[in-house]
Design a protein around this ligand. Structure first.
Ligand SMILES: NC(=O)c1ccc[n+]([C@@H]2O[C@H](COP(=O)([O-])OP(=O)(O)OC[C@H]3O[C@@H](n4cnc5c(N)ncnc54)[C@H](OP(=O)(O)O)[C@@H]3O)[C@@H](O)[C@H]2O)c1
Length: 265
């Protein structure tokens, strides 16, 4: 068990949502937190004493990522934990997905965490310690209709995370994959695509971001390599691995129902 206390934690996209909740939780545990996002973090909760440092950063810009790493290293001398959390969604069928939207998803969700990891690794290697945390999604395990491109981006991030864990173990660096499922944030509202308001299957209650953040920080401190933030995320992952055909059949049925005009059988 390694405490987060005193660790320099860089979190991308922590201006709101799950990233903001992780930042709050890390602050509570005594970490030095740096938030990297395009907008300032949303208001802090009442009673919070310590503040995260905020650096304006667009993760899709190489210059912005280089500036971020330079700034953190010059201010704190090290990065102990990098949390690649920033991402955007795309709610659209594969057939109708626009090239510019697909590129935006891949740049934000795959290329940005890859590039930032490449910039941070030399500093972690020098100290022979560090942790890369990548935030995936339950639907990386099996695609869902209207989210094929997003799902593909998270599956790519998962393969990158596995490779980091293998290649960097000898350098004292580990990787942690986080697998959240539906969580109460502005993610869907802010996503690209024309199907943002379309019904999704299995109407399940959304997880609370603070609870998700507590699960994530506990996994960081435990030193595990994968963390499902809810039981249903774990069940979905196992079902997708054991019987993808059942998942596919269920979603096909739901997709046909979702596309049917209201009132018609
Ligand atoms: N919410 C869910 O149901 C759910 C489920 C599974 C997985 N996830 C994953 O959890 C993570 C957090 O999602 P969330 O629900 O908290 O989403 P969110 O509320 O929409 O927050 C996304 C964050 O990413 C940042 N961001 C987006 N593009 C960026 C860019 N180009 N440069 C820098 N920052 C950028 C945003 O900050 P700025 O706009 O200020 O830059 C924001 O802070 C994501 O990786 C998402 O894929 C979410």
């Amino acid at each position: 068990m390694t405490s987060i206390k005193g660790k320099v934690v860089v979190i991308t996209g922590a201006s709101r949502g799950i990233g903001k909740a992780i930042a709050d939780e890390c602050l509570k545990k005594g970490a030095i937190v740096v938030i990297a996002s395009r907008s300032k973090p949303q208001g802090r909760q009442a009673g919070e004493q310590r503040k995260a440092e905020h650096i304006f950063c667009d993760v899709t810009s190489s210059k912005s990522l280089q500036f971020l790493v330079r700034k953190v290293i010059s201010g704190h001398d090290r990065i102990d934990i990098l949390i690649n959390n920033a991402a955007i969604g795309l709610f659209e069928t594969i057939a109708a997905s626009k090239e510019q939207d697909v590129r935006a998803i891949m740049e934000t969700n795959v290329l940005a965490p890859l590039h930032l990891t490449q910039l941070v690794l030399p500093h972690m290697r020098q100290r022979k310690s560090g942790l890369i945390v990548n935030i995936s999604s339950a639907i990386a395990k099996h695609s869902l209709y209207y989210q094929g491109v997003y799902s593909a981006s998270k599956a790519a991030l998962e393969r990158l995370t596995e490779a980091i864990a293998i290649e960097e173990a000898g350098n004292g660096i580990s990787a942690l994959l986080i697998v959240p499922d539906r969580t109460k944030t502005a993610f869907r509202m802010r996503a690209l695509g024309s199907k943002k308001n379309a019904p999704l299957p299995l109407t399940l209650p959304e997880s609370d971001p603070s609870r998700v953040a507590r699960t994530i920080t506990a996994a960081i401190e435990r030193g595990t390599s994968i963390c499902y933030t809810s039981l249903r995320s774990r069940i979905f992952a196992y079902a997708a691995a054991l019987s993808p055909s059942i998942i596919s059949r269920t979603f096909r049925k739901e997709f046909l129902l979702a596309g049917r005009p209201k009132g018609k059988p």
